[in-house]
Every structure is written in C-alpha cells, then in structure tokens.
Design a protein around this ligand. Structure first.
Ligand code: ZN
Length: 315
C-alpha cells in the first residue's frame, strides 16, 4: 500500500514539475533543511550560511497559524535531512503526519523547538477573566513561541548547530563559527534591551490582542496585559476586554499599545482613539513580510527594530 502511495505521489510530483508549476521551488527540488516558521528558518540560515539549501514552508507574509502543507511541502520535508518545527499548535500537522506514518521520521532528523527550551504555560489573558465562568481555553498548555526570549534563541541556534555538525561533519567548523557570530549579535541586542528594562519606570507591556511574548516578558521580568494569551485564532476583542485594556493603559500611564506584525490594528486604533496613547508594532518573528524576506531581513534585524519600540513602551 505504501509503495502504491509513493508511486502516486511520485507521479503527481512529476506531472506538477513538468506542467503547471511556475513556482521556482518545484517539488523535485531537494532541500537540506526544511522549516515551518521564520525563526527556525533564520537560525538554520545563520548557522548554515551558503553551504546548505533551506526551505521555509510558511510563505512570507502568510498566517503561520492554520497553515496546511501542500503535497510539495510534504515531499520537501520527506526529502530533507533536518526538519525544524515549533512542536506546538502552529505545526500540529507535522506531529499528525509523523503519527500516521505519512512522513517517515527515520529518514530525516525532526527538531522540535519546544524540546529545546524550558517551557512556560500559556498566560492568562483578559478574555479568560471576562469569561470567568467558562473553563480557561489554555489550561495546562505550554506556549509555543519559545524563540521570543533571546536566551532561548541562543540555545536554539547552538542546538541546531550541533545537529547540523552531526549531519554534515565536513562543514562543522563553518557552522560553529557562524553560530558564534550570530549568537554574539543576539547577545548585543539583548544587552541593549536589558539596559532599557533596567532604566525603565514602567515595566508593563500592553498588547491589543494576541500575545506570543510570554518567554520574552519572563526573561526580562516584564509584566504584560493582552486580550488573548498566546495566538488566539479569533482576535475579535469583546467590549469588556477593550474596556479593561483602556483602563489598564489609563491607570498605569502606559504610553503606547503594542500590536503584532500584519495586524489590522482594529483594537489598537480604538484604544488610541479613546486614550490618546500611541501604537507601535512589536515584532514576534513569527513570520516576516515578503519585502523583508526578499531583503534578507534576519531575526537580529527584527530585534533591532524592536529595541526603540521597547524603549518607548517602557517610558
Ligand atoms: Zn503564534
């Protein structure tokens, strides 16, 4: 049965490769590393440099949550040597493919980012409190956005580096040099953020809806308020939650409300209207725009973008 399935997949891939696929990354292309989210792609790219071929499955500018792999994507994963994924809800499809045997994990190394960090629970959100008679949506679940803490990012890069050194021993020296340089850049950004936090009077960040920053806030000892813990699928903020966000900003003299990349800023705009505070993007590195992707923007570049925002938000 498996053989027949393989043959069908192979035929489909051939047909696709010969005809309609205008995508430059056709299914016949082989990749050394395949990743789901941007941080995994960025860390692997930083370590591998030009030596390896890497594919990010989630399209730049696309919504990371709710991503569903195509047949080409699955073929790319099956053909790679290292597959890096979050291990959380973003790529729950991968775990499902492993379980069902559709993806044969004996033929590549599967690297779950959540297996390489000390996990934190999804924090309680305002929406949890405004629906206090219902069970909390995320009780007992760990948050998957481990990469938002610089310490976790460094550990992930070092662990990805070691994994690649085993898979491609001829390039080990290059990988280790690249990893050392890249983690040094992250440490430099982390030090700038630490200085801002140390000098800040306000230690609270307020987010309009989603909150994938529990690891970031925990690392820097910052408190936080957001409509939703983690990345809720539904980002429709209730009237009661909007009131709580507005009261929090007014009561604590919070200078700005933060929103994620690609946000429609519906809630942020209403908060700005009612409080006169400012709004800024605080990048979660979840995914990047097509323009940033084409320009080779890195995790470190996005950290550098976040630094002045952090300063403003904690002023
Ligand atoms: Zn998320």
């Amino acid at each position: 049965m498996k053989k027949i399935l393989c043959a069908v997949v192979a035929i489909l891939l051939c047909v696709c490769g010969m005809t309609a696929c205008t995508d430059t990354q056709t299914a016949s292309e082989q990749y050394d590393i395949v990743t789901t989210v941007f941080p995994a792609y960025d860390f692997a790219r930083a370590v591998a440099g030009d030596t390896l071929k890497i594919k990010m499955l989630i399209t730049p500018g696309g919504e990371a949550h709710g991503f569903a792999p195509t047949l080409d994507d699955l073929a790319a994963v099956q053909g790679c040597k290292l597959f890096i994924y979050t291990g959380g809800p973003t790529d729950a499809w991968a775990a499902e493919q492993f379980r069902s045997g559709n993806l044969d994990t004996s033929r590549f190394s599967a690297f779950s980012m959540m297996d390489h960090a000390d996990l934190l629970a999804i924090p309680e959100s305002i929406e949890d409190h405004t629906h206090e008679h219902e069970e909390h949506a995320h009780d007992g679940e760990y948050d998957e956005h481990v990469w938002t803490s610089p310490a976790n990012a460094i550990r992930l890069i070092e662990d990805i580096c070691e994994e690649l050194c085993v898979l491609y021993p001829a390039h080990a020296d290059t990988f280790r040099t690249n990893a050392t340089e890249y983690t040094a850049s992250i440490r430099s950004c982390e030090a700038q953020m630490q200085e801002i936090v140390s000098n800040a009077h306000n230690k609270m960040l307020v987010f309009e809806d989603r909150f994938p920053f529990v690891y970031f806030c925990d690392y820097f000892g910052l408190s936080h308020t957001a409509a939703f813990g983690s990345c809720a699928g539904n980002t429709e903020v209730s009237a009661a939650t909007l009131d709580t966000l507005i009261n929090t900003i007014e009561d604590n003299n919070i200078p700005c409300v933060l929103h994620l990349e690609f946000s429609k800023m519906i809630t942020a705009d209403r908060i700005v209207e009612q409080t006169g505070c400012k709004k800024y993007e605080f990048h979660s590195y979840h995914n990047i725009s097509q323009e940033d992707f084409d320009n080779g923007i890195t995790y470190v570049d996005l950290m550098l973008r976040n630094i002045p925002v952090l300063k403003e938000a904690l002023s």
